[in-house]
Design a protein around this ligand. Structure first.
Ligand SMILES: [Zn+2]
Length: 314
């Protein structure tokens, strides 16, 4: 036995092909051996001896599996008790899961907190496993111990942001969900994708819509501001308008905003544009009227990308 979650447990889970990459689609877990025989992947060409080398055996308790997960319940033969009494532990198969994440998950559904996901990536994998076995609520009492060990939502465009969205959505953490969705829409500089995690498509659509809307609004406001300086009576006088227009036009060209980019705004984020705009905070002419960030569109835009509300995406 490679790992024992429950000594004397009635079930052995054979984890085959462990540590398959998660971000390239959900691992195809818990196939029966017959199904695996139809699988055209290279692993299915292995001899039984090779397969044993790529397999971990984990001993678990049938009662814990059944009470935590309807999927495990269906995987076990209905006569598992008699089979166990006659022949010893009943064997079932899982496939592709990250070993550490799978053990964290199994310990948790046995109410044993011996293993903690050591990073965000592992917790995301635990969530994928719990999603597959339909037993999120069985992990609820572990979350209080797991989450504080992890770093908070990053404030730059990164894969971790998507992991946070996935984890906070799956585990129903409204505050983390609000923060991470806000961060994604603010800092992401490309179209937002699920990276292979089972995030609901409508949530991904909402994030892309929020990000696009915020950037579009910022770009439109910027064009309107330029027009106001060019043709209106913004600024402290004629010379002020001329300087601001000149600076703004040059600045937009330099930052790829002229011609005005279009969705999906590759290599452009809301945060980056706001960062560029800080150059105008001091006012190019020196007067208060040429400070962009005091204008309404730029100072109250936060509401649009302030984060999504979890109950709407349950
Ligand atoms: Zn001025």
């Amino acid at each position: 036995m490679d790992h024992i979650i429950q000594a004397g447990g009635e079930v052995i889970i054979n984890l085959r092909n462990p540590n398959a990459p998660v971000a390239q689609g959900t691992p195809n877990a818990a196939q029966t051996p017959q199904e695996h025989g139809n699988d055209p992947s290279p692993e299915s060409q292995m001899s039984p001896e090779d397969e044993v080398l790529y397999m971990f055996r984990v001993q678990v308790s049938a009662q814990h599996l059944i009470s935590a997960s309807p999927v495990f319940k269906n995987l076990l033969p209905t006569d598992w008790e008699e089979t166990y009494l006659q022949n010893g532990p009943v064997e079932i198969t899982a496939e592709g899961w990250d070993l550490h994440a799978f053990l964290c998950f199994l310990f948790a559904i046995h109410n044993k907190g011996y293993r903690t996901p050591r990073n965000l990536e592992t917790l995301a994998k635990v969530a994928v496993i719990a999603h597959y076995y339909e037993c999120r609520s069985a992990l609820d009492n572990m979350l209080g111990a797991w989450l504080p060990r992890l770093q908070v939502t990053p404030i730059r465009c990164s894969r971790d942001m998507i992991l946070w969205v996935w984890i906070s959505w799956f585990f129903h953490c409204p505050v983390h969900f609000n923060h991470s969705t806000s961060a994604v829409m603010t800092f992401y500089d490309n179209e937002i994708k699920d990276l292979g995690f089972p995030i609901p498509p409508r949530l991904i659509r909402a994030l892309n819509k929020g990000r696009r809307k915020a950037i579009e609004f910022l770009l439109t406001s910027l064009s309107e501001t330029l027009e106001d300086f060019e043709w209106g009576d913004m600024g402290c006088g004629h010379e002020c308008r001329r300087i601001v227009c000149e600076h703004l036009t040059r600045w937009m060209k330099r930052n790829g905003l002229d011609p005005v980019p279009e969705a999906p705004f590759t290599n452009l984020s809301y945060n980056a544009i706001m960062g560029y705009l800080e150059a105008f905070q001091i006012g190019v002419c020196g007067c208060d009227e040429s400070k962009f960030t005091i204008f309404a569109p730029y100072s109250d835009l936060e509401e649009d990308i302030g984060g999504l509300h979890l109950p709407l995406y349950d």
